[in-house]
Design a protein around this ligand. Structure first.
Ligand SMILES: NC(=O)c1ccc[n+]([C@@H]2O[C@H](COP(=O)([O-])OP(=O)(O)OC[C@H]3O[C@@H](n4cnc5c(N)ncnc54)[C@H](O)[C@@H]3O)[C@@H](O)[C@H]2O)c1
Length: 328
């Protein structure tokens, strides 16, 4: 079992990483408390049953799987349902699933009755190494991704790497894009291990190391005003690609993979990155032209007073943020 403690401005919370942690959730949940389990309709039912067993007094709310559910409509449906069922302020939401579930359920928790507790139980590689930690919660609008959201840390994060056994190969690769990102921006030896070893042999180790890196950035800049933007390496173009294709063509990590390749200024670094992305069956380019993406990239720009922050890697294991107008 591995454990991390994340210091946020509003609370300190633990991240527990343990194979089969879902089989002894009674250690973490109180059977007499009221819980709202929020999950999507593609999560293997056995995980839902394990959580329900540990908290019999639960309300289960399922939503259609996929990015399109990070929407005002689903947010509204879930909150109305919780109000109808008389869910009170002392109840706790459990976000059981991938990053979509965590972002949506976390956003509901952040505003429901002006904020209730929530626990993250991430079940995709992407959510285990990234989205479940750091407190960013959000939904999308027709105007862009994650544009309605808040910073709202969970009470607890419980990670069971064994849940990844049922993940599709494509979803596994999707998460690998974010792990490769951590290696690129912060840890050359992680990058080399990802390149040379079989990550699946020691998944708990890789998840832990990824989260140590994320913890470091988040604790130094929780509200994303400077250093934390390093985690956005590849995301400016990645988000633009996702939006350009209306979230249909690529998964989040796949779009980030292309975005990382696009933004690198040094050809030799790009070559190394492409090699590793290919090892994990990730795309490295797309036929959309930069001019096609301009509109979507500029939306990010507007959020930062016309200045677009670009994260570049000049040497694997570290990164630089250039606050400049990106000429498109
Ligand atoms: N908040 C953050 O800091 C942050 C960071 C990175 C990404 N994100 C967000 O995360 C989202 C993407 O998350 P995702 O990639 O996890 O997608 P996802 O939540 O849509 O999950 C992917 C698919 O895997 C299925 N699934 C989940 N767990 C499974 C399991 N154990 N076995 C089999 N199937 C399983 C789901 O039902 C879904 O169909 C994006 O919306 C992105 O913006 C947020």
């Amino acid at each position: 079992m591995k454990s991390l403690e994340i210091q946020s401005k509003t609370r300190v919370y633990k991240v527990e990483i343990e194979n089969n942690i879902l089989d002894h959730l009674d250690k973490y949940l109180n059977p007499s408390f009221r819980y709202v389990i929020i999950s999507d309709d593609h999560i293997p039912i056995k995980y839902i049953e394990k959580v329900q067993k540990a908290c019999p007094n639960n309300l289960l709310i399922l939503f259609p799987e996929g990015e399109k559910s990070k929407s005002i409509e689903q947010f509204s449906r879930i909150t109305e349902l919780m109000l109808e069922k008389n869910i009170k302020k002392d109840s706790t939401i459990i976000a059981l699933g991938g990053g979509v579930t965590g972002d949506l359920a976390g956003f509901v928790a952040s505003v429901y009755l002006r904020g209730i507790d929530y626990i993250q139980i991430p079940t995709t590689l992407l959510s285990q190494i990234d989205s479940s930690v750091g407190g960013k919660v959000a939904i999308n609008s027709s105007q862009g991704k994650n544009v309605i959201g808040s910073f709202y840390p969970p009470r607890l994060v419980l990670i069971d790497p064994k849940t990844l056994d049922t993940l599709s190969p494509r979803q596994f690769s999707n998460g690998m894009a974010e792990m490769i990102k951590y290696g690129m921006i912060a840890d050359k030896s992680l990058f080399d291990k990802i390149k040379n070893e079989n990550v699946k042999d020691h998944l708990d180790h890789y998840i832990f190391r990824s989260l140590e890196i994320k913890k470091d950035f988040v604790e130094k800049d929780e509200f994303d005003n400077g250093l934390r933007q390093s985690l956005n390496f590849g995301h400016t173009f990645g988000h633009a690609i996702e939006s350009y294709y209306h979230y249909d063509k690529y998964l989040h990590g796949e779009a980030i993979a292309i975005g990382m390749v696009m933004v690198l200024s040094k050809p030799e670094i790009r070559k190394e990155l492409i090699e590793v992305l290919k090892k994990y069956y990730l795309p490295t380019e797309d036929s959309a032209k930069i001019s096609d993406l301009k509109e979507y990239v500029n939306r990010d720009k507007k959020n930062r007073n016309e200045l677009l922050n670009i994260v570049d890697v000049l040497e694997i294991g570290s990164c630089v943020i250039t606050k400049s107008q990106f000429q498109l």
